[in-house]
Design a protein around this ligand. Structure first.
Ligand SMILES: Nc1ncnc2c1ncn2[C@@H]1O[C@H](COP(=O)(O)OP(=O)(O)OP(=O)(O)O)[C@@H](O)[C@H]1O
Length: 327
């Protein structure tokens, strides 16, 4: 017997460079007991992952499906940046048998989730100190730091919410001091063009650790998870130094993006690496780097910055997008 007799459900998926999160939704309501997380390693594409999910959910029938991909989407085709997968609507229809299907960039999905994330899942890092309260329709900005880096501004328009996609993780890495210049050269020598994502990501954190070790004549490697376990423990000062360098560059980049989008409604950091950084952002100078914009240092106080702790927010964003398409 099918686990889900009511035929009102849709499937949503958030496909990152490392993990795919899948769930069922009823309208905009995520069904928490249906959330499953799969490692992408060794999988040839999305179709087998979705087929396995549908089977594990008792061959559930879905009326719609929306997936968020970590990469550019053009004309309904998503190309994963950090994985050899391409996702199109026909594949999605074939895998889910749903008629209404949609493909979004994953940061667009995060933008569509704003307003649905519980207050308990939002941690304020940098308070705005502006005299004027933001209007309810003020622009917001989501910034994702996980396997990759990306951002998306969220606009509330008369026609509904519009979340603009971007690929800003592939813009140049900014440099503010001698050490960052050396890091940039280290990345370029090893990997070619030094993009923001080459430092602001899980692999990027590991590169910063290796860079500092190489500079000190002791080039050791450590995984991103192990660096975050060591930081603050006193057993590896290089982990602390690594996280400090990372957080300052994150502040600089988040500040740059804020000057481009003017998110008076707030900046929201999302993704596994951003979440792991939460306890250290203030201690290691995030706000200072975020506001370090010369004559506009005071102006930067208009922007509050928070971290979204909900690992499944993009799934709710997919549900909201699908719901908006059908109403
Ligand atoms: N405890 C940790 N601290 C910091 N980084 C971690 C930790 N555990 C895993 N990572 C790193 O986080 C990244 C995965 O983050 P996340 O789960 O947000 O990725 P994703 O959704 O698959 O990626 P994306 O959407 O950015 O492509 C990997 O690069 C991994 O090395």
């Amino acid at each position: 017997m099918t686990k889900h007799p009511a035929n009102t459900l849709s499937l949503v998926a958030d496909i990152g460079g490392t993990n795919t999160r899948v769930a069922l939704v009823n309208g905009t309501t995520l069904l928490p007991e249906t959330i499953r997380k799969y490692s992408n390693a060794g999988q040839p594409g999305l179709e087998p992952v979705l087929r396995r999910y549908i089977e594990e959910e008792g061959d559930v029938d879905c009326i719609g499906a929306c997936v968020a991909v970590a990469g550019p989407v053009r004309d309904g085709v998503g190309t994963m940046t950090n994985l050899d997968w391409t996702i199109d609507k026909d594949t999605l229809r074939r895998a889910t048998k749903a008629e209404n299907v949609a493909i979004l960039n994953d940061l667009q999905a995060q933008g569509h989730a704003l307003g649905y994330v519980a207050d308990d899942d939002i941690t304020c890092v940098t308070e705005a100190q502006a005299a004027v309260e933001p209007s309810p329709n003020a622009v917001r900005l989501v910034i994702g730091v996980g396997t990759g880096f990306n951002a998306a501004p969220v606009f509330e328009t008369h026609a509904g919410r519009f979340v603009a996609p971007s690929e800003c993780g592939h813009a140049n890495l900014p440099i503010r001091n001698e050490e960052e210049l050396e890091l940039c050269q280290f990345v370029e020598n090893a990997h070619g063009f030094p993009a923001v994502e080459d430092v602001l990501s899980g692999r990027g954190l590991e590169r910063v650790y290796l860079f500092l070790g190489t500079k000190a004549g002791d080039p050791r490697e450590k995984s991103a998870a192990d660096i975050m376990t060591s930081v603050g423990s006193g057993d590896d000062p290089r982990a602390d130094e690594t996280v400090q360098v990372f957080i300052k560059i994150l502040g600089t980049v988040a500040g740059n993006l804020s000057l481009i989008q003017l998110p008076f409604g707030g900046v929201y950091l999302v993704g596994g690496v951003a979440r792991a950084m939460t306890p250290y952002l203030e201690r290691f100078g995030f706000t200072q780097a975020f506001r370090d914009k010369g004559r506009f240092a005071g102006f930067m106080q208009n922007f509050a910055v928070s971290v979204i702790e909900d690992d499944y927010a993009a799934l709710t964003g997919c549900a909201s997008h699908l719901h908006n398409l059908s109403t």
